[in-house]
Design a protein around this ligand. Sequence first.
Ligand code: PLP
Length: 247
Amino acid sequence: MSTAEVDERRVMLAASLEDVRQRIAAACVAAGRDPAAVRLLAVTKTFPATDVALLTDLGLTAFAENRDQEAGPKAVELAGLRGDAPVHWHMVGRLQRNKARSVVAWADTVQSVDSVRLAEALAKASAAARAEGLRTRPLDVLLQASIDGDPARGGCPLPDLPELADAVAGSGELVLRGVMAVAPLGSDPAKAFAALSDAAVRLREDHPGAVELSAGMSGDLEHAIAHGSTCVRVGTALLGGRRLASP
Ligand SMILES: *Cc1c(COP(=O)(O)O)cnc(C)c1O
């Protein structure tokens, strides 16, 4: 990219970031919530590390990816571009157990833990990475909930969350931070996020540290904030339309 193109991209990203921050602030006012209680997670899948670098310049520190094979190299590239920037990487995509070792090399948080077997694989991989000095911290984890229970789209059905939470908390290596979900396609997002919020409240009775509720994307973040989201995951509204399909 030429300097002029970089400048143009910076201006575009600054403007869309301002828009998104205003949407979050307005939703917080409408819900009577403190805007500081809702974190903005920039979903940078399909966009280059240079965009992530510009977003760090604009003050963002939390980024999410949904494919291990794309995210690992991007995190390395960003470290080369902005080695001093405080950056936290979140994995939000479906994850095969055989990718656990690779994911723990770049992800600070995995938001898409939806089975006991995956939790076990991540715990083992994180412990090994720490023993090898590749990680300094245990792995933060959110349980991905399936609000409608449709197994095809990933996520743990709501009734099975307590068992999964106990497995994560009992692993000795994973730190249970909360719950994540995507509103089911074609559903009423207000209803979906209300059901998610109820499940998150129940989970906190046994796991008081599980305070994060990762809910809301470009199209439905207002509904999610109204139902207690602490983390909105925003791609399109921040970075523009994705040209590549990102499964
Ligand atoms: C892509 C993605 C997002 C962001 O979606 P937008 O509609 O582009 O904001 C959020 N969460 C997950 C799990 C995603 O895969």
